[in-house]
Design a protein around this ligand. Structure first.
Ligand code: AMP
Length: 403
């Protein structure tokens, strides 16, 4: 189905055309008619599916720009997601008079407050910062027609349940509520039961969620060779952009020190960075001035970096869910991507579980470890190192040369 088949404002259709949005993604096809009809909605979908547009397009269409009041409120769990969300809204709304804005921690409240007082129609916020506004400065809710809870499972996991509850309870008048979550744990179900009225449930099946263009590569290594294996991989593989995941900030700190000695264009991101620094790294990675990003899972969840060709699990992910979120940073919207995971002996049990639970068809580089039959069955071997060397030789020298 195409966007042009909806009776959207011509200004919105023009913006969508320029954004390259012609066909709707499955989640957009399922959700947009209900959102436009004013129904409550429970969407089980992850980022990468186009769910920002599934809300963003109808919200921009529904807002009345002649009314200078907040008309839609979107809650997201992290600052980066708030930035990403508002950037997409701004693109959709660029030829209209609809004004989207985001408030999140780490930025000057006075500036944000002035902007809020001036003119904002759609507000994207993290729960903590929004509560600051609710306590300190009256944020008028009376014209809000649509409330969106994005990544509800993540918000609950991050301990925002009371904040979310409080914010929702401040909306006393009749309104539409849209709740999106990648998973449906009990707490999210409860939230939905408390705040959604006869919601339409929109769900993507596994094939629709997991892009077929994502290849799952694994390399069996000795624990002490982890860094060596990574460096070899970074040198031999053709990588346009990669996120390299560690399980802790300390791990990120150690790895970046080593990599900076050998590679150009490598930066780090984790929750301990000051906000301006975090935003700068995020923006530079997005506009591709950074090629290798060493990260904790703060960068795994939800963020949309369209050009990431490789996700590298330098340290083995702590759950199958974390693996899914990390690897979902590549292979986005039909582009091909590789998730490469380094596995040492003590991670083999977790690996077997990962392959089984996530139904992964692994591509092994070099050695295949001995696994239970079930886990090994679908395995394939990657092309040998020679192919890698050939590729490397034929590449022009560039940012990935070590020095
Ligand atoms: P999201 O799941 O909202 O983070 O979207 C994932 C990526 O898909 C983003 O890069 C969007 O810009 C892109 N996208 C969303 N909807 C469409 C569409 N209908 N056509 C093409 N790209 C889209």
């Amino acid at each position: 189905m195409r966007f042009s088949e909806f009776s959207l404002q011509p200004q919105i259709l023009q913006a969508l055309r320029e954004m390259g949005y012609e066909e709707l993604t499955p989640i957009q096809e399922k959700a947009i008619p209900h959102v436009l009809a004013g129904q409550d909605l429970l969407g089980v979908a992850e980022t990468g599916s186009g769910k920002t547009g599934a809300c963003g397009v109808p919200l921009v269409q529904m807002v009345d720009p002649t009314l200078n009041a907040l008309q839609a409120l979107i809650l997201v769990p992290t600052r980066e997601l708030a930035q990403q969300y508002v950037a997409e809204l701004a693109e959709i709304a660029r030829y209209t008079d609809v004004v989207p804005f985001a408030v999140f921690g780490g930025f000057d409240m006075a500036i944000q407050r002035a902007k809020l007082r001036d003119r904002v129609h759609i507000l994207v916020a993290t729960p903590g910062r929004l509560i600051d506004y609710l306590w300190n400065h009256a944020l008028p809710f009376s014209h809000i027609r649509t409330m969106v809870l994005d990544e509800a499972d993540e918000m609950l996991k991050m301990g925002f349940i009371e904040n979310v509850d409080f914010i929702l309870s401040c909306l006393l008048h009749d309104h539409q509520t849209l709740l999106f979550s990648a998973t449906m744990p009990n707490a999210v179900g409860q939230l939905a039961r408390s705040y959604l009225k006869d919601p339409v449930r929109v769900e993507l099946n596994k094939e629709q969620i997991a892009p077929a263009s994502l290849a799952h590569h694994f390399k069996y290594i000795a624990r002490r060779d982890r860094l060596k294996a990574l460096v070899t991989y970074l040198r031999e593989e053709t990588i346009s952009q990669a996120i390299i995941f560690c399980n802790s900030r300390e791990g990120v700190g150690r790895l970046i020190q080593a990599l900076k000695q050998m590679f150009q264009s490598v930066e780090l991101i984790h929750g301990g960075l000051e906000q301006p620094q975090r935003t700068s790294v995020y923006n530079r990675f997005r506009d591709r001035s950074i090629r290798l990003l060493v990260a904790t899972d703060v960068a795994a969840r939800g963020l949309d970096f369209t050009h990431v060709s490789h996700v590298i699990n330098y340290e083995f992910p702590q759950s199958e869910e974390v693996y899914t979120h990390r690897s979902g940073r590549t292979g986005r919207m039909g582009r091909s991507g590789v998730a490469m995971t380094f596995v040492a002996d003590r991670e083999l049990n977790a690996l077997q579980r990962l392959l089984r639970v996530n139904r992964i068809d692994p591509v092994w580089h070099d050695r295949v470890p001995s696994l239970g039959r079930e886990a090994r069955r679908p395995g394939r071997k990657a092309p040998g190192r020679r192919a890698g060397r050939r590729r490397r030789r034929s590449r022009s020298s560039g940012t990935d040369s070590a020095h």
